[in-house]
Write a protein that binds this ligand. Structure first.
Ligand code: HEM
Length: 367
């Protein structure tokens, strides 16, 4: 009797296991592109005009063109992956994922990239995006937008740094305008913000607390300038910050306006993993906006869960990135496909002339 009961239990267990494996494989198989992941792309509806197979006939190798190029770039400097991820965040949060952060200034005013939060975007990432655009347009023609290239480059930056792979719906078009300094400041929360400010600001864009904590996990790679966190060192040391970290940071940043940088995830600064959350649990978060996620009761348990289980973090991060990547996108006949990521097509002639003049002047000065 007892042995048949054990056999029955064992069979039940096997059946459960088989159905679980089957369910997870369906989950992965439902995706079409080569860079598929196990994150279900159909979980959230896509905004109108975006699709999972947008360039299937016009640029079928888009994924591999971008990934191969970035693999080479990251062999020299993996830190640029962090720069590209942040670029996508700054593009999407201000006026939607429309490539407006890439535009140079014009007669209408200084560009979005000249607004204070964007000044610490790495200069190299703008060049990488333009190189990718040239490479992709060379192979496929001018059919892929700069905004889509930024989104795919961010996804590959996460994946090539060790993070989850997720699919990026495509079909974004490039914007014809850039945001003002004030709009940029209003849409990118400051690192000195507490959890209430961050939660409210992101809720206004449709993110729930799990999304907020997951997106902040972007800080598992990359660096920060002293000026983004010296409010926690001077004039008084933030008592929440681990004392030995604060002492170390004071050496890197001896004054509030020092131009030095430090890594954001002390344990594995170049690896996209869940150690950022382990840092928060140990009161080693760099910004108020990071550390307060562990102090605030609404987000504390989420931080702990991500610190304990990397796979949950990866799943939630991928979902939140899919949401972020669809913010305010231009699709269909709105916007355009820029032939150069830093200028609108209608300004391209003027742009070329300006560079011709600058080249001639440089040549003259060399004589
Ligand atoms: C939620 C509010 C956020 C705030 C307040 C914030 C703030 C900051 C600040 C102040 C820096 C350092 C800038 C510097 O001093 O050089 C930074 C860096 C960075 N952020 Fe965020 N961030 C936020 C959300 C995000 C999101 C959603 C992502 C991506 C999913 C992200 C990815 C990054 C990355 C990768 C870096 C490092 C960049 C590099 O090394 O070049 N951040 N962030």
């Amino acid at each position: 009797m007892a042995s048949s009961g054990v056999a029955l239990c064992f069979t039940c267990f096997l059946l459960l296991l088989v159905s679980f494996i089957h369910a997870s494989s369906l989950h992965c198989e439902s995706e079409s592109s080569s860079s598929s992941s196990c994150t279900n792309p159909n979980k959230h509806p896509l905004v109108n005009g975006l699709s999972w197979s947008f360039y299937e006939s016009t640029c079928p190798n888009l994924d591999s063109l971008i990934r191969k190029h970035l693999k080479k770039v990251f062999t020299n400097d993996i830190g640029l992956a962090a720069g590209l991820l942040r670029l996508h965040f700054h593009d999407c949060f201000v006026q939607g994922c429309d490539g407006s952060v890439l535009l140079d200034g014009s007669a209408s005013g200084p560009s979005e990239k000249e607004a204070p939060p964007n000044l610490s975007l790495r200069a190299e990432v703008f060049k990488i995006i333009e190189d990718l655009r040239a490479h992709v347009h060379h192979h496929c023609g001018s059919v892929v937008s700069c905004a889509d290239i930024v989104a795919v480059a961010a996804r590959d930056s996460v994946f090539l740094s060790g993070g989850p792979e997720y699919k990026v719906p495509l079909g974004r078009r490039d914007g014809l305008t850039f945001a003002t300094r004030n709009a940029t400041l209003a849409n990118l929360p400051a690192p000195t913000s507490n959890a209430t400010v961050i939660l409210d600001s992101l809720a206004s864009k449709g993110f729930n607390p799990v999304d907020v904590v997951a997106l902040s996990g972007g800080h598992t790679i990359g660096i920060s300038h002293c000026t983004s966190f010296t409010n926690r060192l001077y004039p008084n040391q933030d008592p929440v910050m681990d004392k030995s970290l604060a002492d170390k940071l004071k050496l890197t940043c001896p004054a509030t306006n020092t131009n030095n940088t430090t890594v954001m995830d002390l344990r594995t600064p170049d690896l996209f993993d869940n150690k950022y959350y382990v840092g928060l649990v140990n009161r080693e978060g760099l910004f108020t906006s990071d550390q307060d996620l562990f102090t605030d009761e609404r987000t504390k348990e989420i931080v702990i869960e991500f610190a304990e289980d990397q796979s949950v973090f990866f799943e939630k991060f991928a979902e939140a990135m899919m949401k972020m990547g669809q913010l305010g996108v231009l699709t269909g006949s709105n916007g355009e496909i820029r032939g150069n990521c830093s200028v609108r097509n209608q300004d391209y002639e003027t742009f070329l002339k300006r560079y011709e003049v600058e080249d001639v002047e440089e040549d003259k000065s060399e004589l």
